[in-house]
Design a binder for this molecule. Structure first.
Ligand SMILES: Cc1cc2nc3c(=O)[nH]c(=O)nc-3n(C[C@H](O)[C@H](O)[C@H](O)COP(=O)(O)O)c2cc1C
Length: 183
């Protein structure tokens, strides 16, 4: 092998190593709680040496730059946020070819911290179709200033609050990093 060939080979390997760990953490959100969870996940993946980007699902046009994808949706009336649903529909072929994890941000009570809450039906179906590696329901958040009439009604009835557990979120993200490191 000439010096040149060795250098080229090395460059190719470096490129591969760099792209091998590029993870998209994408989300559908109305009031920002799911976005914050996605950012926390991306932060942990970044600290673990991966390249991670947290982006709104409606802004992503291609999965070509990414080796793995985490998709999260806020729960609304028993369904994932529409941006997360549309994202999965639009990119199903690319998702099926990559390691994928899902998460949901939902209940406005402590139940997510007390037990595993299974994915809602549509999310469960997508998990089977795409062979998704895992799903967790983290608690939700609803606070003053939230959009929508129903949101304001819930707040008036005193049922708002922040039920997200960032320790659990970070632990889950670290497991994803470990899984990706193992290949
Ligand atoms: C109108 C409305 C409907 C909701 N429906 C559900 C639901 O069906 N299941 C659930 O677990 N949480 C439900 N929630 C709680 C939200 O999922 C929670 O606030 C979540 O964190 C919102 O995410 P976002 O801030 O990213 O939009 C609802 C909240 C609102 C305002």
């Amino acid at each position: 092998m000439t010096d040149n060939a060795a250098t080229t080979g090395q460059a190719a390997m470096t490129d591969k190593a760099a792209t091998k760990g590029k993870v998209l953490v994408t989300y559908g959100t109305t009031n920002g709680s799911t976005a914050e969870i996605a950012e926390a996940v991306a932060g942990v993946l970044g600290k673990a040496g991966l390249t991670a980007e947290a982006l709104p699902a409606r802004s992503v046009t291609s999965l070509a730059p990414y080796d793995a994808v985490v998709v999260g949706g806020g729960l609304y009336a028993g369904r994932w946020h529409k941006d997360a649903r549309r994202f999965v529909r639009r990119h199903r072929r690319e998702l099926a070819a990559r390691p994928v994890w899902f998460f949901s941000s939902g209940p406005l009570d402590a139940s997510a911290a007390e037990r595993d809450i299974p994915p809602v039906r549509g999310v469960h179906r997508a998990m089977i179709q795409l062979d998704v590696r895992g799903h967790v329901t983290f608690g939700g958040r609803l606070e003053e200033g939230a959009k929508g009439r129903v949101a304001r009604m819930i707040l008036r009835s005193g049922k708002g609050g922040d039920f997200r557990d960032f320790t659990a979120i970070e632990k889950w993200a670290a497991q994803i990093a470990g899984d990706l490191a193992r290949g």
